[in-house]
Design a protein around this ligand. Structure first.
Ligand SMILES: Nc1nc2c(ncn2[C@@H]2O[C@H](COP(=O)(O)OP(=O)(O)OP(=O)(O)O)[C@@H](O)[C@H]2O)c(=O)[nH]1
Length: 390
């Protein structure tokens, strides 16, 4: 028998968690036995009514917050739910001000004893209020963003594009890895949403998985025959995943620092050449640069990728011109490949694939956000950003 999955749906007060859960119930959890554990903050679950109509069991945990008081009997409580309902899935909707990291920890702590498996941990963020919340609520808000596997921006259907873009950037600053869903959720199939929540993968990662240009020899290797570009020579600790699939551990010295830097790739890549104190960075970039650029050169400085997530809408005509311009000269660097999926002004989605002198533009299904990625050599990032208007 399959293990019961736990999906955590986090988000600040009023973010849109219930709206998301309704959507998932309708599109993605049909035929599954689902139990919702709500841990509402100070109120009696007002969402209970209609969710019960949807045929799911609701457990309210109003006695306290999962993250502070329930750790002790959390396991017992979950076991009781399992033996009573034999659910396929348990949704946990923590109180809007709980720390997601603590809820994740609580679940992980009981996985073994309960036979549950933590399946996803998603945070819903109001695109209109994100900045204000970050400023005013600090950790209460930020923790949920930082620890999310996927982030769903709500109200992107009503907020203006510039504001949504600014929110996206703020979120990306504090969570470099999560898939950030910017497409209004009513435009997406719940199954698609769930898929992204369960497997948040960056575009650069997808791209590089398909075609891995070896930074050392410039060839494309089949999976598995790809050499490891492991340059570690000393002990260090990072946990950084760039998104391009390569290992960028090139330090040759001992480093000790804690940087928490955002890539983007706006170039703030710690170029220290002296002593560094351990860092635990955990950053995913997608820009393909070596972020520990000491005075030596590596092949992956030669092949780089530049990528952006965007809300900006394109037309086929202007995209075609942009892609033509890309390979027409070396104004943007030496372009080897570009790929993306972007929202179009007419409401459809444009997918494109480009290798020099060969461009395919087609219509595709709505994606969770617009994304594009360019791979090449000596990429001129500023120019690329300018070209795509990003
Ligand atoms: N236009 C728009 N409205 C939304 C969206 N998401 C949520 N809302 C509205 O915002 C309000 C709050 O949404 P809920 O889904 O109840 O939010 P919640 O996170 O469950 O709220 P709490 O009960 O505080 O935890 C509702 O009126 C929703 O209809 C969205 O993406 N677009």
């Amino acid at each position: 028998m399959e293990k019961t999955k736990i999906d955590i749906i986090s988000g600040f007060l009023g973010a849109g968690k219930t709206t998301l859960i309704k959507k998932l119930l309708k599109d993605a959890f049909q035929g599954e036995q689902v139990v919702l554990i709500e841990n509402e903050f100070g109120e009696i679950g007002i969402d209970g009514g209609f969710l019960k109509e949807a045929g799911i069991q609701i457990r309210e945990m109003n006695s306290g917050c999962i993250c502070c008081s329930l750790v002790g009997d959390f396991g017992a409580s979950l076991k009781e739910v399992i033996s009573k309902y034999h659910p396929d899935r348990i949704l946990i909707e923590p109180s809007g001000v709980g720390k997601l990291s603590d809820v994740i920890k609580a679940v992980q702590g009981v996985e073994e004893e309960t036979g549950l498996v933590l399946n996803s941990y998603t945070t819903v963020v109001d695109a209109k209020k994100c900045k204000m919340y970050m400023r005013n609520f600090g950790e209460f808000f930020n923790n949920q963003v930082e620890y999310a596997g996927a982030i769903i921006m709500s109200r992107t259907d009503i907020v203006d594009e510039a504001k949504a873009q600014a929110s996206l950037e703020l979120l990306r600053e504090i969570n470099a890895k999560a898939a950030i869903i910017t497409t209004p959720i009513e435009k997406l199939d719940g199954k698609k949403l769930l898929d992204v929540m369960e497997h948040p993968v960056s575009l650069a990662q997808e791209l590089m998985e398909e075609e891995e240009v070896c930074p050392e020899c410039g060839h494309v290797h089949e999976h598995g025959e790809h050499h490891h570009h492991d340059h570690e020579e000393h002990e260090h600790h990072h946990d950084h995943e760039c998104g391009c699939g390569h290992d960028h551990d090139h330090e040759e010295h001992e480093h000790h620092h804690d940087h928490d830097h955002e890539c983007g790739c706006g170039h703030d890549h710690d170029h220290e050449e002296h002593e560094h104190h351990h860092h635990d960075h955990d950053h995913e970039c997608g820009c393909g640069h070596d972020h520990h650029d000491h005075h030596h050169h590596h092949a992956d400085e030669v092949f780089t990728s530049w990528g952006r997530e965007t809300i900006r809408k394109f037309t086929r005509e202007n995209l075609e011109k942009m892609l033509e311009a890309l390979s027409a000269s070396d104004e943007y660097g030496i372009i080897l490949r570009a790929k993306g999926m972007l929202p179009a002004e007419d409401g459809t989605w444009i997918y494109f694939d480009m290798v020099p002198e060969e461009t395919e533009i087609r219509e595709g299904a709505p994606e969770y956000t617009g994304r594009l990625c360019v791979i090449g050599s000596k990429l001129k990032e500023d120019k690329l950003a300018e070209l795509f208007g990003l």
